[in-house]
Design a protein around this ligand. Structure first.
Ligand code: ADP
Ligand code: MG
Ligand code: MG
Length: 196
């Protein structure tokens, strides 16, 4: 069950992982982008932790909205508005808690917001290539951290058709998508926080 306390635990773990993986995520972005994804996300993560302690959001909707607004305004680069849109869309809930079914519906709405904002879909070597199989696994009640790692690794095989990596054409193949890797951290910390 996702309560506000659990949500804050989850997003704080996510922020910590983004900060710990700053160099790794930027390294992934070097061969197929501009080498800043880790720097961008870690910056957003630092502001997010500060925002949680200063503003103390009181319910799921407030917490998700604060997360979306912070990522939107503080993460430089394409990923900021994309993650921002996802969380802002997901903040449109009135419930005090979300059971797994409601959480899955909410994640689907978040994913749709990324696709709308990014004019992107599954199979283009972006974060959506992790969101989609994660949501499908959740529906079957079989998401594991191993599965998440597999989804992230699989983005190596995809030809990029969106974002900076698309400029590389065939040369984008063989590299993990950095946004897919940061989304992998989002979902592995979701499992760790025990929100399901
Ligand atoms: P920038 O490319 O502006 O430097 P980042 O490096 O922070 O931004 O983020 C790059 C990541 O954003 C990519 O790895 C990819 O996952 C994601 N991304 C970029 N464009 C799109 C898009 N149109 N739709 C979905 N995700 C995208
Ligand atoms: Mg980049
Ligand atoms: Mg950039």
């Amino acid at each position: 069950m996702l309560t506000n306390d659990k949500l804050i635990d989850w997003l704080t773990l996510f922020a910590d992982e983004l900060i710990a993986n700053k160099a790794y995520l930027s390294d992934l972005d070097s061969p197929i982008g501009d080498g800043d994804h880790g720097v961008n996300m870690a910056r957003g993560a630092t502001f997010l932790k500060e925002a949680f302690s200063e503003k103390q959001p009181q319910n799921i909707s407030e917490t998700l909205k604060l997360t979306g607004m912070t990522l939107l305004s503080k993460v430089g680069g394409a990923s900021g508005p994309l993650y921002g849109s996802a969380f802002i869309e997901m903040s449109k809930v009135t419930e005090e808690k979300l059971n797994s079914e409601a959480l899955i519906t909410n994640l689907k709405n978040g994913m749709a917001a990324v696709g709308k904002r990014g004019k992107s879909t599954v199979g283009e070597k972006t974060m959506l290539d992790v969101w989609d199989p994660v949501i499908k696994s959740l529906e079957k009640n079989e998401l594991s951290s191993e599965a998440i790692t597999t989804f992230v690794d699989k983005t190596k095989d995809i030809l990029a058709t969106k974002g900076r990596a698309a400029f590389l054409g065939d040369r984008s193949i063989g590299h993990i998508d950095p946004g897919a890797a940061s989304s992998g951290l989002l979902f592995s910390t979701m499992l760790k926080a025990g929100v399901l």
